[in-house]
Ligand binder design. Structure first.
Ligand code: ATP
Length: 302
């Protein structure tokens, strides 16, 4: 999974936090260190409006000195559509996300944003269109409300609370000692992984991005809460492109297309229903996971 990677747009807002916390400063240096150096070309295309189509066209990618990680991946997204990506550990799911976020450039094939190769697009203008939530949610030192409003500094309290509700976070936040004013992050109240993930998701929801990228974004949230979040996100997803990576199949069940990735290759693709009917790798995984969910807490659903 992607660790310590934070979209560039928040760095400016984080700068004034650096003096306040040496630990935060170290963390930010780590984050900066993992930003691979793809630079904008002098005549880069500046995106001025939300993209209407994003396409992977026969994309392959290999890390230096490694075997091929991603082989010949093709799919397309339009607003209102959700792509789910599932597959075993090491299959290349996070690498696919990093390619979409333009941290790396494909070895062959192209990632096209409204027809233009993504590496030709001005990075900052692209990142502005993207909301990215990783498994390892980053909270900086500040209040819960400030953490949610990172990237949307003008947001009203009402909007912040609405985003938190959609992300399934409002209830636990109001039960914190100082509610939305509770300090969190490096020197603040320690939150659980699932709580941090929901704050991070609320942050993305508040920014209202045309492209929402979720990489195991709710992996630490219990199944029941996650089902609620999925339900909340349904309307939110209608207006944007969503790409969601997950081990837990119920997370991506609502996708228009699910890509089943094994060793960097899409071995199956389709809707949840069509994949279950195919009786292949996805159907096997689903049988196991829905069985577990039924046994454990009955929220797996059929
Ligand atoms: P997980 O579900 O465990 O997060 P994943 O499907 O997201 O796995 P990736 O993280 O994309 O898989 O990794 C795919 C392959 O690429 C793995 O073999 C991994 O070891 C390798 N890999 C990932 N990042 C790098 C890197 N920075 N340098 C070299 N190899 C890498």
């Amino acid at each position: 999974a992607m660790r310590l990677v934070l979209p560039l747009f928040v760095f400016g807002m984080l700068i004034n936090q650096i003096q306040q916390s040496e630990a935060s400063a170290r963390r930010i240096r780590e984050i900066l260190a993992v930003q691979p150096s793809i630079r904008d070309e002098p005549d880069a295309i500046v995106l001025t409006k939300p993209p209407q189509r994003i396409e992977f066209d026969k994309v392959s990618f290999t890390y230096p000195g490694r075997d091929r990680t991603i082989t010949n991946i093709s799919f397309a997204m339009a607003p209102g559509q959700m792509i789910g990506v599932v597959g075993p550990t090491g299959a290349g799911k996070s690498t696919l996300v990093k390619l979409l976020l333009r941290y790396y450039q494909p070895g062959s094939g192209e990632i096209l944003v409204d027809g233009a190769p993504v590496h030709r697009i001005d990075m900052e203008s692209y990142r502005r269109q993207v909301g990215y939530v990783s498994q390892d949610a980053f909270l900086f030192f500040g209040t819960v409300a400030e953490n949610i409003a990172l990237g949307a500094p003008e947001a009203s309290r009402e909007a912040i609370e609405e985003a938190a509700s959609i992300a399934g976070a409002h209830e636990f936040i109001t039960s914190l000692p100082q509610g939305y004013e509770t300090p969190v992050g490096e020197r603040g109240l320690k939150l659980s992984g699932g709580q941090r993930q929901r704050i991070s998701l609320a942050r993305a929801v508040l920014r209202d991005p045309p492209l929402l990228v979720l990489d195991e974004a709710t992996s630490a949230v219990d199944t029941r809460t996650e089902a609620l979040i999925q339900e909340n996100l349904r309307t939110f997803r209608n207006r944007r492109m969503t790409l969601a990576v997950a081990h837990r199949l119920s997370t991506v069940r609502a996708s228009d297309t699910i890509l089943v990735l094994v060793d960097g290759v899409v071995v199956e693709h389709g809707t949840h229903e069509s994949l279950v009917a195919q009786n292949g790798a996805y159907a096997n995984l689903w049988a196991v996971q829905s069985g577990e969910a039924t046994q454990n807490n009955g929220t797996g659903g059929h």
